[in-house]
Design a binder for this molecule. Sequence first.
Ligand code: PMP
Length: 399
Amino acid sequence: ASIFAAVEMAPRDPILGLNEAFAADTRAEKVNLGVGVYYDDNGKIPLLGAVRAAEKTRLEAMPPRGYQPIEGPAAYNGAVQNLLFGKGSELATSGQVVTVEALGGTGALKVGADYLKRLLPGASVYISDPSWENHRALFESAGFPVQTYAYYDAATRGVNFAGMKASLEAAPAGSIIVLHACCHNPTGADLSDAQWDEVVAACRNRGLVPFLDMAYQGFADGIDADAVAVRAFSASGLQFFVSSSFSKSFSLYGERVGALSIVTASKEEAGRVLSQVKRVIRTNYSNPPIHGGAIVAAVLNSPELRQQWEDELAGMRDRIRAMRTSLVEQLKAEGVAQDFSFVIKQRGMFSYTGLTAGQVEKLKADFGIYAVSTGRICLAALNSKNIGYVAKAIAQVVK
Ligand code: PMP
């Protein structure tokens, strides 16, 4: 018999399944709000002008394709540190932060999780309730038991901060706490600056190990404003992990560009930690691919391209915000009595709309509008052409 004869079919990824169903839908007016990707007003994934310029230069240079350092190039890792911790900041200059290039935010989480399993083999991992669905799978596959901490409050469509704090205070010392640094996926509900200070204090008091996941820097208020959580932990003197991604902020999804940063207590400690993280990388994929990181480094290290990128990022951010406001206004105009203004307060690409699984099903069946059954929608999939149709459809299903 085949060695695969008894292999069972793995459960379908719910969001990828949604995309397949969407692709098979023949209705011209169909809309996919289930994705986690930024589309422009024409419904296209943008290729940023700053990326285009850097790629043109690189193509003309025709550089050779040797192996990269295991941790990625210094020009890239330094640029990542400047974005996360602030240019010229103590952490970006002290040498106490280990930064390695990784295959997107997912790759950064995976390298971090594998390294943490070697460092803290008996720890538990806590993720928010709810969280990006891959968080649990990633940390479980690294060998950790994964629990949740209270996070979303369905009544206010915001954060249940008292519950979150109580969860953190009840977690055993040495537990790893995965925190969404900004633009919480899937809810869109973020902590305030003051609440971040309280989370830092709870991590300090309880001896917890913070792991910040920063997949959407620049999608809420701006590069520095969205780094508030990273900066609060930076000021604390605690050790912590940060996974970061350029998938969204550079619209480079398929190039797999991200980084893992580990804040240690000293430059000397950082040297030893880096040597161990390199072993994890070496036995996984040896060293990162060249292209995506080279483009990001070229943009971030050139004053002109950096400015162009920031302007383009602001354009994406502003368009999402405009869609939030417009959706709320159009729902009102359609005569929806329910107050949807929370959609304007939620941040980043997503909103937990409060639509029930039944209403989501009806949107799909009656209108060809696809959303996640939890009621999560991607605001960046709305545009000036489809928003009126979506608002009318939502109005119909909630009435
Ligand atoms: N973390 C969160 C919270 C995310 O939403 C995502 C992407 N959807 C990632 C990590 C992974 O990002 P990447 O695509 O760069 O692997």
